[in-house]
Design a protein around this ligand. Structure first.
Ligand code: HEC
Length: 379
């Protein structure tokens, strides 16, 4: 057993104001190796002790930025290089879609790195011993006292001077703290080879048992939870086809449900000639047409289809739909413009179903009739 060594001289105070004053005084006396222990973080202590900024934020910044670029690289590599897939019509490198994930990976890596650095480097994990631990002093400052501890290896340390300084500050229970040589050389047992080997064996055993349970024991046919089925699931390879792919592109000419091909592509004349409006001018169809026209057409064509765009010149104003030309067009010819678009006007085939397009045509007819009423309409 070696002799006890002096670690520090400690004093206790009753109020946060006293401990702040004490810290300021000790700091201004030129002591550098002292610390303050309080039951909770005391506001203003950093400036009283003139503590420099922690270096942890640098770790957070460097690892956070690294994480951000790793996330970006990973998404670019998977989506643009390794497995390019068109998703929602976006380009392979769809940066805006990556921003939330980059943000999350930044926060995740920065926070994990900060905590790990704090525990492993700042707290010197796994060394968890400190001379102040298990002392009366520590028990007091963990409950309702505010303590200061001036370390004996401070260059200015002089037992009697420090003692009278603490007394002059009004400290109570001024106590020296001792520790033993062997406490200082505390070697954690955690990383002994035996322990490491035991951890590896345990890890391998748990993995093996989990693997066998999940893949062999639980899925013994016929109780295989329908995991094995004689069909090709998405992304699975298949030996039936020469190229080994399970997923096939549709046979040429395949028509997907609900996607009837439009027969009059680039052929407005034929559309005008052969397409007939299947809808009757009922109140229901007209009000459907009005609703859709007001939503999709009126921004450019105006509510009355007179070409009075509400877009204030941000888009070329269309001609009036009350022109002789459009009035003489067949329903199919107007339907064709909605379906395919015309020059500056885009196609509305994706926004409007076929029925809705025909309803819009009916509504345009009603508008035209209202502005060009015939004598007979009044009778
Ligand atoms: C973004 C603005 C815009 C919207 C929305 C829009 N159009 Fe047009 N439309 C135009 C422009 C511009 C033209 C003239 C195109 C040209 O120069 O040939 C036009 C032309 C037309 C024509 C042919 C007129 C002619 O004299 O050649 C019809 C019919 C028509 N639109 C109907 C519609 C219907 C029905 C809708 C709603 C489904 C609609 N438009 C929505 C901008 C628009």
């Amino acid at each position: 057993m070696s002799d006890k060594i002096l670690y520090s001289l400690t004093g206790l105070f009753d109020t946060p104001d006293e401990i702040i004053a004490a810290a300021e005084k000790v700091q201004s006396e030129g002591y550098t190796k002292y610390d303050v222990n309080t039951p909770y973080p005391v506001h203003g202590m950093d400036s009283a002790m003139k503590l420099p900024m922690s270096r942890l934020p640098y770790v957070a910044m460097v690892v956070g930025i690294t994480g951000m670029f790793l996330a970006l690289f990973f998404m670019w590599w998977t989506n643009s290089v390794d497995y390019p897939l068109v998703i929602g019509g976006k380009p392979y490198f769809a940066f805006p879609a990556y921003v939330p994930i980059m943000f999350e990976v930044t926060v995740l890596s920065a926070s994990i790195a900060t905590v790990v650095t704090m525990i492993a480097i700042v707290f010197k994990f796994p060394n968890n011993s400190h001379p102040l631990m298990d002392t009366e002093y520590m028990k007091n400052v963990s409950v309702d006292k505010y303590g200061i501890s001036i370390a004996a290896d401070d260059p200015k340390f002089d037992f009697d001077k420090v003692k009278s300084l603490l007394e002059s500050l009004g400290a109570k229970n001024i106590t020296p703290i001792y520790y033993k040589e062997e406490d200082l050389n505390f070697k954690p047992k955690t990383f002994e080879p035996k322990f490491v080997i035991a951890m590896i064996v345990l890890f391998a055993a748990v993995s093996a048992v989990t693997y066998i349970t999940l893949n062999k024991l639980m899925y013994l046919p016929p109780f295989d939870w329908m995991m094995e089925q004689s069909k090709v699931i998405a992304q699975e390879r298949s030996d039936v086809f020469e190229d080994g792919r399970g997923m096939r592109t549709p046979v040429e000419g395949t028509v997907a449900r609900g996607f009837l091909p439009y027969k009059f592509k680039n052929n407005p004349e034929a559309a005008g000639k052969y397409l007939v409006n299947p809808l009757a001018a009922t109140e229901e169809n007209l009000s459907l047409g009005e609703k859709k026209f007001d939503i999709y057409c009126s921004p450019c064509h105006g509510y009355l289809a007179e070409g009075d765009s509400r877009l204030k010149g941000q888009f070329p104003s269309p001609p009036s739909l009350h022109s002789k030309k459009v009035r003489n067009w067949s329903d199919g010819r107007i339907y064709h413009v909605i379906t395919e678009g015309q020059n500056a006007m885009p196609s509305y085939a994706y926004q409007l179903s076929r029925k809705e397009r025909w309803a819009v045509v009916l509504y345009i007819r009603a508008l035209q009739r209202s502005l060009n009423a015939k004598e007979s309409d009044l009778q």
